[in-house]
Design a binder for this molecule. Sequence first.
Ligand code: NAP
Length: 288
Amino acid sequence: MQPTILIIGATGNIGSELTRLLSNEGQNVRVTVRPTSNTEKLKNPGVELVNADLSDTASLKEAMSGIEKVFFAAPLAPNMVELSSNIIQAAKEAGVKHLVKISGIGAELEAITLAKWHRAVEKEMEQSGMDYTFLRPNSFMQNIVNYSGYTIRDHGAMYAPMGDGKISLIDARDIAKVAYHVLTEKGHENKAYTLTGPSAISYPEIADILSTVTGKSVKFVDVSAEDARKSMLGAGMPTEVVDALLELNHINKLGYTADVSNTVEEITGQKATSFEAFAKDNKEAFLG
Ligand SMILES: NC(=O)c1ccc[n+]([C@@H]2O[C@H](COP(=O)([O-])OP(=O)(O)OC[C@H]3O[C@@H](n4cnc5c(N)ncnc54)[C@H](OP(=O)(O)O)[C@@H]3O)[C@@H](O)[C@H]2O)c1
């Protein structure tokens, strides 16, 4: 019998797609959920739902009973390092052999707060005695749907403090494909993979592509960091996360996250998804 793989963050951008991929290929999957989780997308054959919360190490240890491999995408929250540390602690106690973590591009440089948070967790994993794999993706194409979808639908505009900086945005579905290979093949132990889309693209270019794909005008409005801060705080985001995202936006704008890696294709055998293809697949999310 195939060993069961545990997914933490299974309702998220990557985890939901990874759960679907594993289930479709007949793998046994266990996913952690909370009483408030929307579990609709997780109801696939071979998927077992267990209750666990990242702030409750005992619940995580219980969810890891009999598990050798754990994938986790911890939420972007001020206590992300602490919540991830609970996963590592529980995994050690439960006898897990291999942890696969969603990290972030440039984590190894520790140049910005988000990289420092991710690298702190990576270091703890390196010292844990368990095998580890770090997936270090660039920003997700899904952010355009999640953060700009409603303004694009409402009034045909996307607002961000990005100028015309180019970013090699990646489709989270490609990250899930990489995670699928890492979890089901040998040879990915103790490796770190930088994951990007197939090319670097600016927000003005994204707006042009969305205009073409949707057939309605979508314009990009370059806002100041201060206006972006007000908007994110107004949406209820914690100050620490807002500051960390503004730092990231700043280096995005300067073009520091434009490098392209070929790792998605090397690991999955398929080319990384272009923004055009992503926009076509998600067209409905941009139409009012
Ligand atoms: N977005 C980007 O552009 C980007 C780029 C690079 C790296 N990353 C990294 O990717 C990670 C996020 O991945 P994602 O976007 O796939 O996830 P996501 O969509 O943000 O989903 C977060 C997941 O965490 C779960 N969760 C939140 N709080 C929890 C708790 N206390 N206990 C148990 N589960 C909890 C959520 O479950 P519920 O459904 O129960 O809420 C959900 O499944 C972050 O570490 C981020 O830094 C993101």
